[in-house]
Design a protein around this ligand. Structure first.
Ligand code: ATP
Ligand code: MG
Length: 175
């Protein structure tokens, strides 16, 4: 991993530029963050977005809107990707992060994939001290959520090792 400060809002827009070729889906970005700088490997985080937005689009073959929401608090950014596609049966939800696991029903079988994207995404998010989970309703749609700690959180972990740290409010973009 090549860890560096990454502005998530910018990364989302970069990644989405690549998905614009799909005329079938509209993508809405809702960015409610004040600080959006995380410490991470931009290429790997991009890989997570590419898979999740790709999934949202390919599992809603009828088209429709895919929403990407960025919400922040003091410590973390929460990223959510919502679609209004075919959804996932409840019995399958727990198995999705297993390598090569794909939902096996007639509707899902028409959509291609190797079943690796979510397993890899979970590994990458875990290595960035974040969490990832999925909520879904069959026939209604799916929401994939993940969290990433803010960059200033890492600075705090560093400096509180020996002494009390004063953490500045602004992310350190000069790093
Ligand atoms: P790959 O990402 O390796 O190209 P894939 O997309 O099939 O293949 P994952 O991204 O790991 O694999 O997803 C695993 C399975 O979870 C999918 O095959 C699909 O059955 C289900 N799934 C994932 N995202 C969604 C979604 N947004 N809507 C419905 N089903 C989904
Ligand atoms: Mg995938």
């Amino acid at each position: 991993y090549q860890m560096e400060p990454v502005r998530l809002s910018e990364l989302v827009i970069d990644v989405l530029a690549r998905f614009c070729a799909d005329q079938n889906h509209k993508i809405r970005i809702i960015d409610e963050t004040i600080h959006d700088s995380i410490l991470g490997d931009a290429g790997r985080i991009e890989q997570v977005f590419t898979n999740l937005v790709g999934n949202a689009m390919k599992f809603s073959p009828g088209g429709g809107e895919v929403e990407i929401r960025l919400v922040g608090n003091e410590d973390h950014i929460l990223i959510q990707i919502l679609d209004h596609g075919m959804g996932i049966p409840e019995s399958e939800l727990k198995k999705l992060f297993t390598k090569f696991h794909r939902v096996d029903n007639s509707e899902q079988r028409k959509v291609g994939g190797t079943g690796l994207g979510l397993a890899i995404s979970r590994e990458i998010i875990g290595d960035h001290k974040g969490e990832i989970w999925i909520e879904s309703e069959e026939g209604i749609g799916t929401t994939v959520s993940f969290t990433l700690p803010l960059e200033k959180k890492h600075a705090e972990w560093q400096t509180t090792k020996g002494k009390v740290a004063i953490i500045e409010d602004e992310p350190n973009v000069a790093m």
